[in-house]
Design a binder for this molecule. Structure first.
Ligand code: URA
Ligand code: SF4
Length: 216
């Protein structure tokens, strides 16, 4: 582990990225800051390698995720796993989370005030992970991340498949928007475009020596 990634607690003990992410997760699982907590079985803070510099951001948990407390474990998750094969990396090599950590009722889209209330958790995760590459999955996560980067956002159709060199929370990071994997469940055209995008993600990651400094 690199020294730059080691933080110390007040008593001087060393806090790893895992310790710091676990602390965020511990707050998320008991959070009642917006009304979405009322409908949840489990909150979904995120999973993956705490040392990865590659972050995937989806929208919000669905039913399968709510039951398991893990992101992308339902039908869209199976597709995400299949798409990750295109990158030649696995779930364990990256960190995966969502814009909103609790399931919206009947899987409706998250509302602006829910996104505003929940994203401080995402921002803390970004500050800990210090990603060099962020893949935004779908409209909401792309709109949020590009707005943090003060970059314009028109539509996911326009932004998908492009690398945006950005500054987010003081970090230099490449942002790569693509469709939400759920889109591919209903459209062969979206599926094909997602596969192309994930192939491109592989090239962009290899070019940068990612997903983690220890994986060449
Ligand atoms: N869709 C998402 O955006 N996130 C999940 O975790 C599952 C489905
Ligand atoms: Fe808290 Fe986010 Fe869940 Fe709302 S969605 S209760 S802000 S963790």
């Amino acid at each position: 582990m690199k020294n730059s990634k080691i933080k110390k607690s007040r008593d001087g003990s060393i806090l790893s990225n895992k310790n710091l992410l676990d602390a965020v997760a511990a707050e998320v699982v008991v959070c009642t800051k917006c009304d979405l907590w009322k409908g949840r079985v489990k909150a979904v803070p995120g999973v993956g390698s705490p040392e990865s510099r590659v972050l995937f951001i989806g929208e919000a948990p669905g039913q399968a995720e709510d039951l398991r407390g893990e992101p992308f474990v339902g039908a869209a998750g199976k597709l995400l796993d299949a798409l990750l094969v295109e990158t030649e990396f696995s779930r364990a090599d990256v960190f995966i989370t969502n814009i909103v950590k609790c399931r919206p009722p009947r899987n409706r889209e998250p509302k602006p005030h829910e996104i505003e209330t929940c994203t401080p958790y995402l921002n803390r995760q970004i500050n800990i992970i210090k990603p060099r590459f962020i893949v935004t999955l779908g409209n909401h996560s792309t709109a949020y991340i590009l707005s943090r980067a003060r970059l314009p956002f028109q539509s996911i159709t326009q932004e998908r498949g492009k690398v945006h060199e950005a500054s987010i929370l003081g970090l230099n990071v490449a942002v790569f928007p693509t469709f939400h994997p759920a889109a591919a469940l209903y459209s062969a055209q979206y599926k094909k475009q997602l596969e192309e995008d994930f192939h491109r993600i592989r090239d962009e990651l290899l070019k940068r020596g990612l997903p983690s400094p220890s994986i060449s």
